[in-house]
Design a protein around this ligand. Structure first.
Ligand SMILES: NC(=O)c1ccc[n+]([C@@H]2O[C@H](COP(=O)([O-])OP(=O)(O)OC[C@H]3O[C@@H](n4cnc5c(N)ncnc54)[C@H](OP(=O)(O)O)[C@@H]3O)[C@@H](O)[C@H]2O)c1
Length: 247
């Protein structure tokens, strides 16, 4: 492993959508590894992130962030800059789904919900990258991670609905490709990731069905996000089992 890619302390990470679900578990995992973590807090009323903060008061910073607002993203970047001079790792994790997703095209589509999903899932990551890039420029690792989904794969799409979610994740994958084309020559490295089926809050309340609890899903995710790849010049989407997914 190259010394400049060794993700040991005092490396700094920003995780979007850190209130609960996978994002919270990623923050917990990074803190246990000794990282300093800037956690994008969307809901102030949620208790878990505050509890984590009391366990790691020196290395966990709660940063208000709504990824649908560039002003919010810029304010988050300013908040980080008041505490640290750089970021090494950005995990774009914030995401939403919708209860109206299952409607096939013979039913009325919920276009407002589709726009909301696109705004959070696709544009949200772009806003976070734009705002936090000046801090990433001063980081050592320069790693950008994008929590996408198998739902964004056009090549392996089997569903007959879920328009907003699938289309927003496919758009996120394209955004990642464009960022890769622009930033890879400057030393940035990228991860596009399908985390598996998680018992998270993405359906609005705590999921009772799924393959993994968020804590179980965070472990392979962090391995993939932190380990160097043999070839950083190929942008691919992988899942929690290491399988490649077609775009
Ligand atoms: N669950 C799965 O099976 C699954 C499968 C494939 C991919 N994924 C992806 O994994 C990622 C994490 O999702 P999850 O399953 O952990 O769901 P989750 O428990 O609902 O977590 C999503 C997080 O994103 C935050 N968020 C929502 N809107 C936001 C906004 N406008 N600005 C900033 N943060 C916002 C949520 O905050 P609040 O809850 O406070 O609003 C929450 O903390 C998402 O990108 C999702 O698409 C999940």
């Amino acid at each position: 492993m190259r010394a400049d890619l060794d993700p040991r302390p005092p490396f700094h990470a920003f995780v979007t959508g850190a209130d609960r679900g996978l994002g919270l578990a990623l923050c917990t995992g990074l803190l246990r590894l000794g990282w300093r973590v800037f956690a994008g807090q969307h809901l102030t009323a949620w208790h878990e992130l505050a509890e984590l903060r009391s366990a790691y008061p020196d290395r966990l910073h709660l940063i208000r962030l709504d990824v649908t607002s560039i002003e919010s993203a810029q304010a988050a970047a300013q908040a980080v800059a008041s505490l640290a001079d750089h970021l090494d790792l950005l995990i774009n994790n914030a995401g939403v789904n919708t209860p109206t997703k299952t409607r096939p095209i013979r039913e009325a589509q919920d276009y407002d919900e589709m726009k909301r999903l696109y705004d959070v899932n696709a544009l949200g990551s772009l806003r976070a990258v734009e705002a936090l890039l000046p801090l990433m420029e001063r980081g050592t690792l320069k790693r950008m991670c994008f929590v996408s989904s198998e739902a964004g794969s056009i090549g392996r799409a089997q569903r007959k609905a879920w328009y907003g979610y699938c289309m927003s994740k496919a758009a996120l994958n394209m955004a990642t490709r464009l960022l890769f084309n622009y930033l890879r020559p400057d030393g940035y490295t990228f991860r596009v990731y399908h985390p598996g089926w998680i018992k998270s809050y993405i359906s609005g309340s705590k999921g009772t069905v799924g393959d993994m609890e968020p804590e179980e899903a965070a472990a392979p995710a962090l391995n993939y996000f932190l380990e160097p790849l043999a070839d950083e010049d190929q942008l691919v989407m992988r899942d929690w089992q290491g399988q490649l997914w077609e775009w």
